[in-house]
Design a protein around this ligand. Structure first.
Ligand SMILES: Cc1cc2nc3c(=O)[nH]c(=O)nc-3n(C[C@H](O)[C@H](O)[C@H](O)COP(=O)(O)OP(=O)(O)OC[C@H]3O[C@@H](n4cnc5c(N)ncnc54)[C@H](O)[C@@H]3O)c2cc1C
Length: 448
């Protein structure tokens, strides 16, 4: 029996013959870079999937949907694993090629079309920041984008879940994705398009059900947005305003809150008092006076209101996982981990949440449709300590999703059933669709 490395050489020789030598690279530096992702944010994953432990045998960069289909046909013919990749910012190690083979770099698929009804059809490799620029020029707002706005739409649909826009529009499985065009790993060398509910098996499936080559996403008519910065002397005062934002006449696009320990490392364009709790909102501009009134009524201070759309991007780039990343970056001498939790206890019983981990614990909040999502941040001791906190967090009434695991954890049964047809040999992103994975843990934090 030949090795995967040998079979990859055969498959890539076929790809070179059929599509051209420029698609294939075995440059060791590139292979190393393309074989790891942002799992380094998790000290647990840092130990289990450090950069360099699992390496692809080749990087292939197709330019069209047809080329993706042809690459998969060659890989199928020679039993070569294929791991799709966008920008590699997934933070669960989910773009790591555990079995080697081909890493499929999809960034060259970067077309963007605004359709007559305002929806946008984009190639999997199109950057969300570029899609957003095109959308705004066409008078549209894309429903959701992650704090990593420079990442690809295929990667966000394949491995992301929520972000700016989620308060109103939910997550990537709440209608955001209108249609996907998929290249299956079934030897046909073809693509197919599914719409509506049929897109679900391909969303947040880490590519195990097929390679997404094109995505149609929902947009709204563009609105004017304002970046609002406020500070508070206490968590209670900050969260009083945070929770009140759900009854604004137009929901904010984003509302992030942090405890003082997380504030100094935030790269804000305005001065943030490191002793204060920080609230940052992307507010629909007509609601700003109401928000400012609420800030003052809760005893807080308005730090700034900035109308420029680019300022809203800055607020977005300090949301979701980013405060954890900035804290880690500011303290290279220390190791921090985070847990993703969802529920009202962050507002109502924050001390119980903090008590889940002894000692120093900091909370970062994001507003979602009915309750907040949080990153519970604490110093890292070992994996056991990380996992021991989960039942204690759950005892406070919170749902918990551990970011220290790489397997598909959303609509798992559906992914399994779909992959039986679209990837009968199990060649797509091996090791991510695992038999004993706890199913659908993301539901715990409000992500279906
Ligand atoms: C600091 C930080 C902040 C983050 N903030 C957010 C956030 O706000 N919201 C959020 O949802 N996520 C967030 N993430 C996670 C991640 O950045 C996003 O989900 C991002 O959109 C992933 O896109 P990517 O192009 O980097 O995908 P990659 O990391 O390259 O891929 C992600 C997964 O999707 C698969 N994949 C990639 N392209 C395709 C394709 N075309 N077809 C099928 N499968 C594919 C990959 O195999 C992998 O399993 C954050 C990560 C970091 C490090």
């Amino acid at each position: 029996m030949s090795t995967i490395a040998e079979r990859t050489r055969t498959a890539t020789a076929q790809i070179v013959d059929e599509l051209g030598a420029e698609l294939v690279s075995t440059d060791p530096e590139l292979v190393l870079k393309m074989s790891s992702d942002w799992s380094r944010m998790s000290p647990v994953l840092q130990e289990k999937v450090p950069a360099g432990r699992y390496l692809a045998d080749a990087v292939v960069r197709p330019r069209t949907n047809a080329e993706v289909a042809a690459v998969l046909a060659a890989a199928y013919a020679h039993d070569v694993p294929v791991t799709p990749r966008g920008s590699g910012t997934g933070n669960y190690g989910q773009a790591t090629p555990f079995d080697g083979g081909i890493v499929l770099d999809l960034r060259a698929l970067d077309t963007i079309v605004v359709n007559d009804d305002g929806s946008i059809t984009a190639g999997a490799g199109a950057k969300i920041s570029v899609i957003d620029t095109v959308a705004r020029e066409a008078g549209r707002d894309i429903w959701i984008y992650p704090s990593t706005k420079g990442t690809t739409i295929g990667g966000f649909v394949g491995g992301g879940s929520a972000g700016t826009g989620t308060i109103q529009r939910g997550t990537t499985t709440d209608g955001y994705v209108r249609a996907v065009t998929v290249a299956p790993m079934d030897g046909t060398g073809s693509t197919f398009t599914v719409r509506g509910d049929d897109v679900t098996p391909y969303v947040h499936a880490y590519g195990v059900t097929g390679v997404v080559v094109e995505v149609e996403i929902e947009t709204d008519p563009a609105r004017d947005w304002t970046a609002v910065y406020a500070s508070f002397g206490s968590w209670a005062a900050m969260t009083e305003v945070h929770r009140s934002l759900l009854d604004l006449p137009v929901l904010p696009r984003l509302a992030s809150g942090d405890e003082p320990a997380l504030v100094p490392s935030l790269p804000a364009p305005v001065d943030l008092d490191p002793t204060q709790h920080s609230l940052r909102v992307i507010a629909e501009s007509s609601t700003v006076p109401q928000i400012l009134e609420r800030v003052r009524a809760a005893g807080g201070s308005v730090v700034a209101t900035l109308d420029d759309y680019e300022q809203c991007d800055k607020v977005s780039s300090m949301s979701y996982n980013h405060p954890v990343f900035f804290l880690q970056k500011a303290h290279p001498d220390r190791t921090w981990f985070h847990m993703e939790t969802g529920g009202r206890a962050h507002w109502e019983a924050p001390d119980d949440v903090r008590a889940a981990y002894d000692g120093e614990v900091h909370l970062h909040l994001e507003l979602m449709g009915t309750a907040p999502l949080a990153m519970v941040v604490a110093p890292y001791i070992d994996e056991e300590h990380v996992l021991d906190g989960i039942p204690r967090l759950e005892a406070t009434g919170l749902g918990v999703h551990s970011p220290h695991q790489w397997f598909v954890d959303r609509n798992v049964e559906l992914a399994r059933a779909t992959a039986r047809t679209t990837d009968p040999k199990g060649l797509l992103n091996p090791g991510k669709l695992v038999a004993d994975a706890p199913a659908d843990t993301r539901v715990n934090i409000g992500v279906r």
